[in-house]
Design a protein around this ligand. Structure first.
Ligand code: C2E
Ligand code: MG
Ligand code: MG
Length: 664
């Protein structure tokens, strides 16, 4: 470390030393003079004329003393000046040292991991560091005096540089990212900072630029972006990117009145391809589908894969006219369907794949991004229902129904727990119009919507499988009532028909459940009539039949509800342990309006007879109906002619006043 001691100091007397020397010299001189005069002379001669001698001696000494004093003062002044000089010298030395240090620091700072170059005010390169050389590939000697323009990649328009220099001019510096070109011709991304250096007068003397090569960072960023916004299997944009782009489109359309469309495509039967060929080949097919969609799409279209076999295509700039825009979207959808027409070749095999497309237009910009996608998806489901390999446009009415359904479902979940479900009973009468039993019909007392008819909520309960728990409650309640009637002589012959939904029937423990309910309620099994519908026998008829046979061993009876509306094969009917056919009300109520209804009703009655089954007609509203049906040989009747479905109390009143059968 440096210190003041390092400064070379000349050897000098101090002021006090000089004064002491002076005084000593004068005293010595005085003594010498006295001795010179007095030594060798006798006292008489010395004393003679002593006044004169003292005067001479004093004058001489004073002269010498004065001269000495002058010399002393001069010496002291010299000393002072010399000390000041020394101080200045020291200051200068310090300044010099720190300047040197600063220069060393600056030189070290210049050689950093950042590339640096310095230009003069006219932009001519004056100095570059080693990192600059490493990044750009140019040696310092090759660029000295050149304009940094030589590094331009040509990727940025002239305005870019104009704005950059304007910023440096206004703010004194600029920083940002840009593409430059290395000596070998490669372009690369770099982060650049340029600062103007000014003199005391504010005039720019130099520009200092630092730059760093951000190729690696950019690559990492791009990789992260790719992972976040692209589907790894097909390389197509993913759901996130699609949502982003729909968002931008909606914003733009809100300003420009332009129309765009979202096409939601779900492949038909792809699950089958996957299951039968394995996932590897399934993936291959998806990749091929992606390529075909890309080819079928226009340049500006965004084709994305948003899930398993779901693709979404955003078609933009369809013009301002709604009609024209929907036609264009439809053409595009047809093109996509056509793109799938040719089977896909994977390995040796060819796999036919079709698609169902839902379309929604992005016209008024009022929907949210998610809503748009949901609308297109909903329309896609419509296309599926319409038989697949087709397209459908989103329909707001359809959406309202879906929303209502969703709300209904969530309310329905509460219904069982909150005692909002009730059973009504509609009587069934025999040929003599005696009440032989009832059909239990579910009612939902909704806290806000009042009495919701089963036609509205049973399908919802079916789809959500809520019907399983609701059905159990119905069965239990109906059986408890059946047991109560069985215990009373006047109602002991009453039967109870209970509607069983397919889902409920297909539960593996359904037989055990019925058995447990019968056991628990002590209801007579032979008076319990389970109403099944034909749909139950469409998919797995053998399983349904087996379940029926097991239930039959418990003693329960079966009625085939809504008969004539389904597609069950008549030959199959013969193999089922049925007891009753129920002519659907859709033939009975308008019996005389269309002769076909008469023909169908008469045929069902005839069929029932031939198969040895009882036939009951529901929807009997007039005496004319009953008479005609009786004429055909119908065994039993249910309908408003006899009674509407009633709550238990009203039914009890009705039973008191009417005749009941004592059982069959
Ligand atoms: P369904 O089993 O065919 O029941 C007969 C329906 O016809 C009942 O409607 C009944 O009120 C109505 N009906 C009977 N006679 C006449 C008539 O003369 N004229 C008119 N216009 N209608 C008549 P509801 O109670 O609205 O039930 C509708 C459907 O809901 C039932 O058809 C049944 O499929 C289902 N359902 C009702 N309760 C249950 C239940 O507890 N479980 C299951 N799974 N489904 C049920
Ligand atoms: Mg029924
Ligand atoms: Mg029916």
């Amino acid at each position: 470390m440096s210190s003041d001691n390092d400064i070379p100091m000349p050897r000098r007397w101090s002021a006090w030393q000089a004064i002491a020397l002076y005084v000593t010299a004068m005293t010595c001189l005085l003594t010498l003079l006295i001795l010179l005069v007095a030594v060798g002379q006798n006292a008489g001669s010395w004393l003679y004329d002593w006044r004169h001698k003292v005067l001479v001696l004093s004058c001489g000494w004073l002269l010498v003393a004065l001269a000495g004093l002058l010399a002393l003062v001069h010496y002291l002044r010299l000393r002072k000046t010399e000390a000041e000089l020394l101080r200045s010298e020291r200051r200068l030395w310090h300044i010099n040292r720190s300047l040197q240090a600063e220069l060393r620091i600056a030189a070290m700072a210049f050689e950093t991991h950042l590339g640096m170059f310095i230009t003069d005010a006219r932009g001519r390169i004056q100095k570059v560091n080693r990192t600059f050389e490493a990044i750009t590939g140019y040696r310092e000697s090759e660029v000295l005096g050149c304009n940094p323009r030589m590094l331009n990649s040509g990727r940025h328009p002239p305005e870019f540089y104009r704005e950059m220099w304007q910023h440096i001019h206004d703010e004194g510096s600029w920083q940002g990212e840009l593409w430059n070109r290395r000596k070998n011709g490669d372009t690369y991304p770099q982060r650049l900072t340029i600062s103007a250096v000014t003199d005391d007068a504010g005039e720019v003397t130099h520009y200092v630029a630092t730059l760093s090569d951000i190729t690696t960072r950019k690559a990492a960023e791009q990789e992260a972006y790719r992972l976040a916004y692209y589907d790894p299997l097909t390389g197509l944009p993913n759901r996130r990117m699609m949502l982003d782009r729909i968002g931008h489109a909606l914003e733009a359309y809100a300003r420009t009145q332009q129309q765009g469309a979202v096409l939601f495509i779900d492949l038909d039967g792809f699950k089958h391809v996957n299951d039968s060929l394995g996932h590897q080949q399934g993936d291959d097919v998806l990749q091929l589908v992606a390529r075909r969609f890309e080819e079928a799409g226009h340049d500006g279209d965004l084709v994305a894969r948003i899930g398993g076999d779901e693709f979404v295509i955003l078609v933009e700039a369809l013009g301002e006219d709604l009609e024209m825009a929907s036609q264009a979207a439809e053409r595009k959808a047809n093109k996509l369907l056509a793109a799938l027409a040719e089977p896909f070749r994977v390995g040796e095999q060819r796999h036919p794949v079709s698609g169902s497309i839902g379309i929604t237009l992005l016209g008024d910009g009022t929907e949210s991004v998610e809503e748009c996608l949901q609308q297109a998806e909903m329309a896609m489901y419509q296309a599926k229902q319409a038989g697949r390999n087709t397209l459908r446009f989103f329909d707001p009415v359809m959406q309202a129904v879906a929303v209502r359904r969703a709300m209904l479902e969530s309310d329905l979940r509460q219904a069982v727990a909150h005692d909002q479900l009730h059973l009504f009973y509609q009587v069934q009468v025999d040929e003599a119009e005696r009440v032989m039993g009832v059909e239990a019909l579910l009612r939902w007392q909704h806290p806000e919507h009042g009495m919701v008819p089963p036609g509205d909520f049973i399908p919802v309960a079916e789809e959500s499988y809520l019907i399983v728990s609701i059905g159990r409650w119905v069965l239990e309640t109906a059986c408890r009532q059946l047991a109560a009637w069985a215990a009373r002589a006047e109602t002991s012959g009453m039967t109870m028909a209970v509607n069983i939904s397919p889902h409920q029937f297909q539960q593996p423990d359904f037989v055990a459940e019925v058995e447990a309910v019968l056991e628990e309620t002590q209801a007579p099994p032979e008076r319990l009539k389970l109403e099944l519908t034909e749909t139950l026998f469409l998919e797995e008829p053998e399983i349904a039949r087996a379940t029926m046979l097991r239930l039959k061993t418990l003693g329960v009876r079966f009625s085939l509800d809504d008969f004539g509306t389904g597609y069950s094969s008549l030959s199959y009917l013969n193999r089922l342990p049925l007891d009753q056919l129920k002519i659907d009300q859709s033939f009975v109520r308008p019996l005389f309006e269309d002769s076909a209804n008469e023909v169908i009703s008469a045929s069902i009655i005839q069929l029932g007879r031939n198969l040895g089954l009882e036939v009951i007609a529901e929807g009997v509203e007039t005496e004319a109906h009953r008479e005609w049906l009786a004429g055909q040989g119908c065994d039993a009747y249910q309908g408003y002619l006899f009674s509407r479905p009633l709550p238990l109390d009203d039914l009890e009143t009705l039973l008191e006043t009417s005749a009941c059968t004592t059982g069959r």
